[in-house]
Design a protein around this ligand. Structure first.
Ligand code: NDP
Length: 407
């Protein structure tokens, strides 16, 4: 049985749900806390986590009466304890405390740590059969087969929180697997949608951070500008819904109103629409199997007037092409794709490489990894983490020559 539930597979929602938010101080965490704030009587907060933002974490833990708060930075335990002195919230620090937070008995867990660091905590929630709203796409990109198999084995329920996958999840209920022809993931095209390659090459950090439609964390906003984010989402859809690369299309849709579509054999195309606000897909996950009241603006199509569509440009946005290459290579290639991209984005933020070099570093790392011949299926989190580390080292080694190389 798939870990992503089918429409007729609804379990009854209990009256008060215990919830945990991994990455509570981030952008997705903030939207999730906003929804919880609006329905305080329906949810009890079990655990909240952050990386270094002790003050933000402690403020949320106090506001929601969280039972446990954990910060990933092991040196900040005393600071967290001081900030929560006089409350009943237990404190923890370090990676093991983040995993403990995920393992504690919450019915519903938001997995919104950013990056590959989110894998082990998400697995801890999956292993106890929790309902996991999955925002962290890296879990799937780094260890997709393995992650979904573990979820199915443990009876965990994976609810896609990423807007496009949540849209597909909602639309997929209109037909059966055998009737599915393809899924279509929409992309805003990001701030460089209409830019020439030479200008994209030289884009600054400030320009990359100006997303036209969505307000998100820094890393994902840069990934949107390079369309690496869409590549990560293609990989995410492949694993979540057990698709082939040929069954996943990307369509540029600058207004970000249609988030995803599914085409069935009778040529019906079922779409999910909504204002670009992450609180809508998160509300869908939080309420599931029911629907709760969402705070996003009501969709006013008459005011928007026009919805437009374009083919994605794989030439100007090579990061998207590389995602399909990684899927076709398999055996850890998507892990390498993600790891090299994380290294490249960090280098771009630090001013070490140009924007255009992000995709070049990812491609060079993937090629080096294929040449190394170390290709094997990933069968554990440690396998995935080993490939992730190896790819980061390769990318770091290749970084100086990529930095010097002009496009
Ligand atoms: P943010 O950077 O805004 O927040 C990340 C959260 O994770 C923060 O709480 C941060 O803590 C915590 N964190 C960071 N590193 C670690 C670590 N090593 N160990 C433990 N906790 C850590 O990211 P977003 O909210 O934007 O994204 C979170 C995930 O959701 C990503 O995988 C992203 O791709 C995905 N996503 C995001 C969307 C969005 O709209 N933002 C849309 C769809 C998916 P601290 O605050 O202390 O740094």
């Amino acid at each position: 049985m798939s870990a992503v539930p089918l429409r007729n597979n609804k379990a009854a929602a209990s009256a008060v749900r215990a919830v945990t938010v991994l990455g509570a101080t981030g952008s997705i965490g903030d939207s999730t806390m906003d929804l919880l704030r609006a329905s305080r009587d329906r949810y009890q907060v079990e655990a909240l986590t952050a990386n270094t933002n002790v003050l933000g974490l402690a403020t949320l833990a106090k506001e929601f009466g969280a039972r446990f708060a954990a910060v990933a930075d092991p040196d900040r335990l005393t600071e967290l304890k001081d900030a929560l002195a006089g409350t009943r919230t237990e404190c923890g620090a370090g990676e093991s405390a983040i995993i403990e937070a995920a393992a504690r008995p919450a019915d519903w867990v938001m997995a919104a740590v950013s990056g590959a660091a989110g894998l082990k905590p998400a697995l801890a929630a999956v292993d106890r059969g929790a309902t996991v709203a999955l925002a962290n796409k890296e879990c799937l990109v780094c260890a997709g087969d393995f992650f979904m198999q573990r979820a199915a084995k443990a009876g965990a329920c994976i609810l896609p929180a990423d807007s496009e996958h949540n849209a597909l999840f909602q639309a997929l209920g209109s037909g059966n697997r055998e009737e599915l022809v393809r899924v279509i993931i929409t992309a805003s095209g990001g701030p460089f949608r209409t830019w020439a390659s030479a200008d994209i090459e030289q884009a600054t950090l400030a320009q990359a951070l100006k997303h036209p439609n969505w307000s998100m964390g820094q890393k994902i906003t840069i990934d949107s500008a390079s369309m690496m984010n869409k590549g990560l989402e293609v990989i995410e859809a492949y694993y979540l819904f057990a698709l082939t690369p040929e069954e996943i299309d990307v369509l540029v849709h600058p207004q970000s109103i249609i988030h995803g579509m599914v085409e069935f054999s009778d040529r019906s195309v079922v779409a999910q629409l909504g204002a670009p606000d992450m609180r809508t897909p998160i509300a869908h996950c939080l309420g599931w199997p029911d629907r709760i009241v969402g705070p996003a603006a009501k969709l006013d199509l008459a005011r928007i007037g026009q919805l437009t569509f374009e083919e994605p440009d794989f030439g100007r946005f090579p990061g998207l092409r590389l995602a399909y290459d990684a899927l076709r290579t398999g055996r850890g290639a998507t892990t390498v794709y993600n790891a090299a991209n994380e290294v490249a984005v960090a280098a771009f933020i630090a001013g070490k490489i140009r924007f255009g070099a992000i995709a070049r570093l990812v491609e060079a790392t993937m090629e080096a990894w294929v040449r190394s011949g170390n290709l094997a299926p990933l069968t554990s989190a440690d396998d995935a983490i080993a490939v992730d580390h190896d790819a980061r080292n390769k990318a770091a080694t290749l970084l100086p020559q990529i930095a010097l190389k002009a496009s």
